[in-house]
Write a protein of this length. Structure first.
Length: 327
């Protein structure tokens, strides 16, 4: 099967890539990691103006409706540029609220999400922490068939990726109860997994490109290390993993768009493949950059430290493989 993007989809991704490339994201990410959110919120507004958050918001609330293919393309670019913040969690919250229904709550938050005026973190399942709760305007916490909204949280915890700032949500007001909550949460998890898979894919491609550029410059024994056969093989293996994952991500997006019964399995498979490929790209980048790859001063560290958290976010590889097998 061939997955061909339309001209509009390609132009959308290229425009987003150009905007993000001119946004000075390494400085934004370092500020976010230090708890300074103003540069990140300014970037958030530009991402919203590009239409990214509207891709998970229905038209009646100012969005375009859920467009999984375009959402995957967007998050691949966000991953490629290592944009910080609860991007996945916000679009997952939008998908959750849209599926849950209930105009008072949806009408309050969905237009703000689409316009970039609200950062909302979603905490669902067994995970006790909400991502970037200190930067969020609200946190939605789903436990079983109950969802609560809270703005209070505990101390920010240390993360492998300093720009991912988890904190335990505290207290909260019950928004809804019942089977509809569980069904909406399951849908939101699928959207979150797809977006995270796309982020991992974009991240992996950025790491591979940076590594290829570096091995052309770094020399040993008077020649560029990129000419060594072992280095070429390592880079080729990394590329194969990313190339294998990309059609799985596209297939998952199409299945989710069509509401196919297999969508959950396909999203989980894409999440495994893309997460593992992104993590493999990080390991390759770290090995081939050598000692300089361990330095936080190098912008590459902003990408390297995202790979494993993204691989495990919204379902570890073991969780997603179990989802594929159970159907």
């Amino acid at each position: 099967m061939r997955f061909l993007l339309t001209d509009e989809q390609r132009e959308f991704a290229q425009a987003l890539d150009g905007m993000l490339g001119a946004s000075g994201i390494p400085a934004v990410a370092r500020a976010w990691a230090a708890g300074e959110h103003r540069p990140g919120r300014a970037l958030w507004a530009r991402i919203a103006d590009a239409g990214v958050f509207g891709l998970a918001v229905p038209e009646r609330h100012g969005g375009t409706g859920l467009l999984p293919v375009e959402l995957a393309l967007s998050f691949a670019e966000l991953g490629r540029h290592a944009v910080p913040g609860p991007l996945v969690e916000t679009v997952a919250a939008a998908a959750f609220l849209e599926r849950l229904g209930g105009e008072p709550v949806a009408g309050e938050w969905l237009p703000r999400i689409a316009a970039g005026g609200a950062v909302v973190s979603l905490c669902a399942g067994a995970e006790p922490y909400a991502l970037d709760a200190d930067a969020a305007d609200a946190v939605l916490v789903v436990r079983g068939d109950t969802v609560c909204r809270t703005e209070a949280h505990g101390p920010v915890q240390t993360s492998l990726d300093p720009a991912r700032r988890p904190a335990r949500p505290l207290g909260g007001t019950v928004v809804a109860r019942g089977p509809a909550v569980s069904a909406a949460a399951a849908h939101a998890v699928e959207v979150a997994r797809l977006a995270t898979a796309a982020q991992s894919l974009g991240l992996g491609r950025a790491l591979l490109a940076a590594t290829v550029s570096y091995v052309k410059q770094r020399t040993q024994f008077g020649v560029a290390i990129g000419s060594f056969q072992a280095v070429k093989h390592r880079l080729a293996d990394t590329l194969i993993g990313l190339e294998f994952a990309q059609p799985l991500v596209h297939a998952a997006a199409l299945a989710l768009a069509a509401g196919a019964p297999s969508a959950g399995r396909e999203v989980a498979a894409a999440k495994v493949a893309a997460g593992e490929a992104g993590y493999a790209a990080a390991r390759t980048a770290l090995q081939l950059h050598g000692a300089i790859g361990y330095t936080e001063e190098l912008d590459l560290s902003l990408w390297l430290r995202k790979a494993r958290p993204l691989r495990d976010a919204w379902g570890t590889p073991a969780d997603c493989r179990a989802r594929v097998l159970t159907g």
